[in-house]
Design a protein around this ligand. Structure first.
Ligand code: URA
Length: 188
């Protein structure tokens, strides 16, 4: 299977942060909806699976709120390995890890891409141009507003969303995320 080959390719590369465990992706490789997060945390690094910690539990609940689960979506991250102490990804790390995210997107070929938080949103809306990311507005301006753009050779609907971890430190964002998830269901 193509995703398995891609996983092996990443493992053969010794990318920055590769001293940690590879966190590649989870869900249905044939899904029409792809979620992109930022980077693995401690739990994800331990298990080698994205969104299995506290943010992942919130993401599961949000998916369930629109009658979706892991059979309906695929979930991946900008960074394929955990940065130390969960610090923000560096430009160099984004540059070296995202070519593999782009290959993942080409293989899965989703109609809808939901970006979780600033890093994923800026990377995707810049048209995968790492150096153009700083020209993209922040998630507080863009969340819940779908955009039609051509990415990896096909037209796609991009739906920027707050990162589910954000509502753990800002409970007011829970309602915003719940409403923005309804935007996803309007395309299903
Ligand atoms: N946050 C992310 O952005 N990705 C994960 O896999 C876990 C937490």
């Amino acid at each position: 299977m193509e995703l398995e080959e891609l996983k092996k390719e990443i493992e053969s590369k010794n990318l920055p942060l590769a001293e940690n465990n590879l966190v590649f992706g989870k869900g249905n490789p044939k899904a029409k909806i792809l979620f992109i997060g930022e980077a693995p945390g401690a739990k994800e690094d331990e298990l080698g699976v994205p969104f299995v910690g506290s943010a992942g539990k919130e993401l599961d609940k949000l998916l369930n709120s629109i009658n979706l689960d892991l059979d309906d979506v695929y979930i991946a991250n900008i960074l394929k390995y955990r940065p130390p102490n969960n610090r923000n990804p560096s430009i160099e790390e984004i540059k070296s890890h995202t070519p593999f995210l782009i290959k993942q997107i080409s293989i899965i070929n989703p109609k809808i891409i939901c970006t979780l938080g600033n890093y994923a949103t800026k990377f995707v809306l810049s048209g995968f141009e790492v150096l153009g990311m700083n020209k993209i507005e922040g998630i507080s301006k863009l969340h819940g507003k779908p955009k039609n753009i051509v990415l990896a050779g096909s037209p796609r609907i991009v739906i920027p969303l707050y990162h589910p971890a954000s509502m753990l430190y800002n409970p007011g964002l829970r309602k915003v995320l719940e409403l923005d998830f309804k935007v996803i269901s309007s395309f299903l």
